[in-house]
Design a protein around this ligand. Structure first.
Ligand code: JFZ
Length: 461
């Protein structure tokens, strides 16, 4: 009897622990300002718009494209520091045309762009009042953000800015990188008064620049980066988040503003950290339909432009897009424009091919959420209203079998953009669809399952 009682007590305790864990994982990325700002939640409207967009263009660009080496990371490596830091004196992208960039994104089916306003090399792509190391002081003579923001507005594309926390060029930023003495790898003490004083000045510089960006170009989101160095703390991250939302409450801010990111997987460690969405890098995020996330992936190998950089095949790009959507996330596909200001024709062509697929199948991507079927090697799924979209990554050859959650029935089944209905049978909760030998689309074909009721809140299966 006593034993039995203990057992049920233990079970109850387990249940409590389980509930606490699931509660926290629900709260995770919608935590907005982190533990220091419990009332500052993610702007849900901004988040919904972002998630509905599903597909965006990342743009890494700057004077380094004159050399074709990687942005910031080649400074002091392939390109000597002194040479790198003077490249801007030759940077003259006379063929830059904001409307062309935005049209390229639009033709690819992208709904937003995120441009590196400032990367770790510290160069500002706009005319900034707070530094001379900016576009104004290039032979080009002016910033590029004003035109880009206007082009986005005109073509109905959301305008986001990447901004790095670490700046290896700024005199007040206390981390030296690359560092011949390997000091980069030694944990330094940010509470050391002299270091703290420098960092405080640097934070003021960042806040000034960010305020300038908000006031002059009105971005919808900030994509922070460079948070991993020792000079940046959890407290600074939460403080900066609150500062920005104070300037514009509609802003969406990624999780790299704080210290909560778990490596390249990009998930947020816990609800304590600030940030509105997670940022897996160069990989497709894990299935997560509770916490918002966005994978950033390069169309070739380098973030910044490189001559003859090998492009990913069209099929891989499209499959990456459906895999992110099917996993519950966005895809931010990166392109690197050239030093003359144009996006390479090869990249434009590749993007156009993705856009052609989206012209046909966009219904199964935009405004959808991931699931309910968990991703496999053969399928991923998205859903919206009373429809489930099954994206075929390869030909299952013959029949496709999936389990349906209780209470759901399939009314009709057909390929998106095809009029013929497919035959299917339902046995013991298992749906079996007979497929033709050849699928309608060589990249990804999409099946539509019209259900008996709304798919919202459907459990993953
Ligand atoms: C970061 C940037 O450094 C990179 O240039 C690009 O902008 C990407 C989107 O984000 O990626 C990183 C960050 C840290 C390391 C490598 C890549 N690291 O610590 O080795």
């Amino acid at each position: 009897m006593e034993n039995h009682k203990n057992k049920s007590m233990a079970l109850k305790q387990l249940l409590v622990v389980f509930l606490l864990i699931t509660q926290f994982s629900f709260a995770q990325n919608s935590n907005g300002g982190g533990e220091a700002n419990p009332d500052l939640k993610t702007n849900e409207q901004a988040l919904k718009r972002f998630q509905d967009n599903r597909f965006g263009m990342f743009i890494h660009w700057g004077p380094v494209t004159l050399r074709g080496t990687e942005i910031s990371w080649s400074r002091g490596k392939e390109v000597a520091i002194d040479e790198y830091d003077n490249l801007y004196k030759e940077f003259n992208p006379v063929l830059f045309n904001a409307n062309d960039w935005v049209k390229t994104a639009k033709d690819a089916g992208m709904k937003y762009i995120v441009l590196t306003a400032r990367h770790h090399d510290g160069f500002s792509l706009w005319d900034s009042k707070f530094t001379d190391y900016d576009m104004k002081n290039t032979p080009y003579g002016k910033g590029v953000l004003k035109e880009l923001a206007a082009a986005c507005k005109e073509q109905n594309i959301d305008f986001g800015l990447y901004y790095t926390i670490c700046d290896w060029h700024h005199q007040d930023y206390p981390v030296v990188y690359p560092d011949k003495d390997y000091k980069f790898h030694i944990e330094k003490d940010i509470t050391d008064p002299a270091t703290k004083e420098k960092m405080d000045r640097y934070i003021t510089y960042m806040k000034n620049q960010l305020k300038e960006l908000i006031e002059d170009y009105n971005p919808t989101l900030f994509w922070f980066d460079g948070e991993w160095e020792w000079a940046w703390t959890h407290e600074m991250g939460m403080d900066l988040y609150a500062y920005l939302r104070g300037l514009n409450d509609n802003l969406l801010i990624n999780n790299r503003i704080d210290k909560g990111r778990e490596g390249m997987a990009g998930t947020t460690k816990s609800y304590k950290y600030a940030g509105d969405y997670a940022t897996p890098e160069q990989e497709i995020g894990k299935y997560d339909v509770t916490n918002a996330w966005e994978s950033c992936i390069t169309i070739a190998n380098q973030w910044a432009w490189k001559a003859n950089d090998q492009l990913k095949p069209t099929k891989q790009c499209i499959q990456t897009l459906v895999q992110t959507a099917g996993g519950g996330g966005n895809l931010l596909l990166n392109v690197g424009p050239m030093a003359d200001g144009r996006i390479e024709q090869r990249q434009i062509d590749r993007l156009k091919e993705i856009g052609t697929w989206l012209d046909l199948y966009g219904e199964a991507i935009y405004g959808t959420r991931g699931g309910p079927f968990l991703p496999t090697e053969t399928i991923v799924s998205t859903h919206k209203n009373d429809k489930i979209y099954v994206h075929l990554l390869k030909n299952p050859e013959g029949n496709l079998e999936v389990s349906l959650p209780k209470g759901y029935k399939v009314k009709k089944c057909y390929f998106l953009n095809q009029t013929d209905f497919l035959t299917f049978e339902l046995k013991k909760g298992k749906l079996r669809i007979s497929l033709p030998e050849t699928l309608p689309n060589a990249n990804v074909s999409v099946l539509v399952l019209e259900m008996n009721k709304s798919t919202e809140g459907m459990e993953p299966i």
